[in-house]
Ligand binder design. Structure first.
Ligand code: FAD
Length: 443
């Protein structure tokens, strides 16, 4: 949007004096580009970097409203007091590729037939190709009482799933003197499905350090019927839960937070939502329900009934519009929504979109790879890696379904380093190359 200032003057009828004044008018801009990337998070930033290198200058536009870029996987360790929020943050300007044009605005609507996007400020962007990478947002409104409780600094209610509240998790853990610590997992798809239990394990480890564990009860309520979707890792995690004496309630979904009474209300998944149980808490860690951003929900031609971008789960190309691709958390691919998945998808999308640009069919296939480093204490972690249908796909020549120190330091130090220095610059496509070095003859 351009703000144009018009300088005008007139002669006052009463005094005869010439008066000057200015009027500002809004002139909406019309941009056009070969490739428009909507969203400049993990997926959008890395795709923009790849294509800004490959295409001519000024061919790529990135639409991203936020001036800060966060490495969200570290929010778990912010909540556990291992690292600071500032360590997870960089200015968007410093991570977005300088060879791409950044429009700091949000998408309002897309007309896929005309290949035009309109922004919330009223500008339009015409594109030849579009990559949708808008991630997920927290749907706090689905749980009455949650937002108010999060905003009350003395409520004991927090979430690591937001830069606004992950520091509150750490302050709640520090001030916990014993009692009930309750953790939740909602009945919607979420980013990093391991994180709701990771923070419960870190809380247990911290309570041991602060000598309050013997006076506390930890309860983990999950909407799922299992502790983790991949059996190989679920087996070890069940042992972790048992050792840590964490009570697990399956198919149990948070319905309401009554922070005045310090009560959390739950319903049983797949049953009558009016039948409820109530748990008292001293601290409550909530994994909020999540959904795609509003404009995508409203782009009915592009999404499924739940508002996820409909793409082919192997090629990542839109099922109806071949000039549109999707990457990351906002698509309907049935993989675990993680930055690790985004890295692997990035290569497939890059190759397939290049084919589409050459009027060829997309040939590369995403295998559903995702990874979840499940921290279980301040120096142990289970590094789960798997592909579609919950098939393990490990990189290291060790049994990764064991708690290890190596995996902990990979999560804490190595992965953030790879993210900032390689992935966002479009150079990291997942650990396939490591597998090839370790075992060059493996299929
Ligand atoms: C607590 C936590 C722990 C996690 N742990 C791990 C982990 O251990 N390992 C792992 O691999 N992953 C982990 N993740 C998940 C990982 O961060 C996400 O899967 C990844 O960031 C998804 O990338 P994305 O590009 O799809 O979305 P995002 O990185 O969220 O980016 C989406 C971008 O779209 C922008 N956007 C939104 N709406 C609009 C709009 N209307 N117009 C334009 N732009 C818009 C947003 O501002 C944002 O920048 C974790 C996440 C959290 C929150």
């Amino acid at each position: 949007m351009n703000n144009v200032i018009y300088k005008l003057s007139y002669v006052s009828a009463t005094s005869g004096i010439i008066r000057n004044f200015s009027v500002s008018a809004v002139n909406n801009a019309n941009y056009s580009c070969k490739l428009l990337v909507v969203g400049g998070g993990s997926g959008g930033c890395s795709m923009a970097a790849k294509f800004a290198r490959k295409l001519k200058k000024d061919s790529v536009i990135v639409l991203e409203p936020s001036s800060d870029h966060y490495y969200q996987p570290l929010f778990t360790l912010v909540g556990a007091g291992v690292t600071s929020l500032s360590a997870t943050r960089r200015q968007a300007r410093s991570v977005l590729p300088s060879a791409a044009k950044w429009i700091q605005d949000s998408a309002l609507s897309i007309d896929p037939k005309k290949s035009v996007l309109t922004t919330t400020k009223g500008d339009t962007v015409s594109y030849e190709y579009l990559v949708v990478a808008v991630g997920l947002i927290n749907d706090y409104g689905k749980v009455p009482g949650l937002k108010e409780a999060l905003n009350d600094k003395n409520s004991g209610v927090s979430t690591i799933f937001s830069s606004d509240y992950c520091e509150k998790t750490w302050s709640d853990l520090k001030s916990f003197k014993g009692g009930d610590a309750v953790f939740t997992y909602p009945d919607t798809p979420i980013k990093c499905p391991g994180a709701p239990q990771k923070i419960a394990y870190m809380a247990d480890a911290y309570f041991n350090k602060s000598n309050v564990r013997s006076k506390s009860k930890i309860t983990y309520n999950t909407c799922l019927p299992v502790i983790f979707g991949v059996k190989k890792y679920a087996d070890i995690l069940l042992k972790v839960v048992e050792r840590k004496k964490i009570n697990v309630n399956y198919k149990t979904v948070l319905k309401e937070v009554r922070s005045d009474k310090k009560e959390a209300v739950f319903f049983t998944a797949c049953e009558d939502k009016d039948k409820v149980t109530t748990q008292r808490y001293d601290i409550l860690h909530v994994t909020p329900p999540m959904r795609t951003p509003d404009f995508l929900q409203q782009s009915k031609e592009l999404v499924d009934a739940t508002g996820y971008l409909t793409v082919d789960k192997y090629t990542l190309q839109h099922t109806k519009y071949p000039n549109i691709y999707g990457i990351g958390d906002c698509t309907n691919t049935p993989n675990s929504k993680t930055a690790a998945a985004v890295a692997k998808q990035g290569y497939v999308l890059e190759q397939n979109l290049l084919n589409t640009m050459k009027r060829d069919n997309p040939k590369h296939k995403y295998d559903g790879y995702g990874a979840c480093p499940l921290v279980t204490s301040y120096n142990t972690c289970v590094l789960a890696e798997f592909i579609y249908d919950g098939v393990p796909r490990e990189t290291l020549p060790i049994n990764q379904a064991r708690e290890s120190k190596l995996a902990y330091y990979m999560k804490k130090d190595l992965f953030p380093f790879i993210y900032w220095h390689f992935m966002l610059k479009g150079y990291y496509n997942g650990p396939e190359f490591v597998r090839k070095i370790i075992n060059p003859f493996a299929k």
